[in-house]
Ligand binder design. Structure first.
Ligand code: ATP
Length: 242
């Protein structure tokens, strides 16, 4: 949770989705979703498998073109801007499944982040200060790290580019609960530093404590939205099919 997250509508949103429609081939799986991420806040997209959360995140990242609607970043339309172009503007994604290169070392994986124009010295400094556990493994192949360390590496690489907005997809996937807690503690710390975050998480109880706002995505629409406290009941109902 951010130190002092603004209420929606009180500051210009860093990210705005307007009536987004998206899908695969002729099948639409997101049906006109509008959502705002207020600058400096953490927004959690929750909901059971297959609701359309990852699809929405990919539309934000620019890796999936919507069939309708508009994506705005810092007040400007970015719908037709490539994922690479969005990364250069400050939108950084940690995709589902970690997205590290297993046959490259930790350091080489971090080197990838220089593609958005950030010097390696800076990246190493930020990544290893924030994630000291990785510093001792800098020469180790990423594929030989534990699942939690790989996720940490993906997070470190993203954070080291000094993004304005971090998109996190299912950080908890396939990890032991204690590791998930450690990772989310780190996300909470980054958020407290003022980073805007949009995260997708299937496990609502994991994400709600660090979120300022949450939305439950069900069958391609936002079924509920509100503060974490308001969401508790809605979340239970949605996951149990109520
Ligand atoms: P999950 O936690 O399973 O990823 P989700 O809420 O993120 O769930 P999406 O991954 O966005 O949901 O999937 C929404 C729908 O789109 C699902 O019915 C899924 O099967 C379908 N889908 C996702 N990716 C593809 C793809 N590449 N091609 C075709 N259909 C897809």
């Amino acid at each position: 949770m951010s130190a002092s997250a603004p209420e929606p509508g009180t500051v210009p949103p860093i990210l705005e989705l307007r009536e987004i429609r998206a899908g695969y081939g002729s099948i639409e799986v997101v049906h006109g979703v509008s959502l705002e991420v207020p600058t400096g806040s953490v927004v959690a997209l929750l909901g059971p498998n297959g609701g359309g959360k990852t699809t929405l995140l990919n539309v934000c990242a620019g890796t999936l073109a919507p069939s309708g609607g508009e994506v705005r970043f810092e007040g400007n339309p970015v719908t037709s801007i490539s994922a690479d172009g969005r990364a250069r503007r400050g939108i950084c994604t940690v995709p589902e499944g970690r997205g590290v290169f297993p046959n490259l070392s930790v350091r080489e994986n971090l080197l990838m982040a220089t593609q958005v124009g950030v010097p390696m010295d800076w990246i190493e400094d930020v990544a290893f200060t924030q994630f000291p556990q990785l510093a001792v493994r800098r020469k180790q192949l990423a594929g030989t790290l534990s699942g939690g360390e790989q996720q940490m590496l993906a997070l470190a690489r993203a954070f080291a580019t000094s993004p304005k907005l971090l998109l996190l997809d299912e950080l908890s996937m396939g990890l032991a609960p204690i590791v998930v807690t450690q990772l989310y503690d780190k996300v909470r710390e980054l958020a407290a530093g003022g980073l805007s975050i949009l995260l997708v998480e299937q496990f609502a109880r994991t994400a709600l404590p660090i979120a300022d706002f949450a939305a439950v995505v069900l069958q391609g629409v936002i079924a509920h939205r509100g503060s974490p406290a308001e969401m508790e009941e809605a979340v239970s109902a949605s996951y149990l099919g109520g």
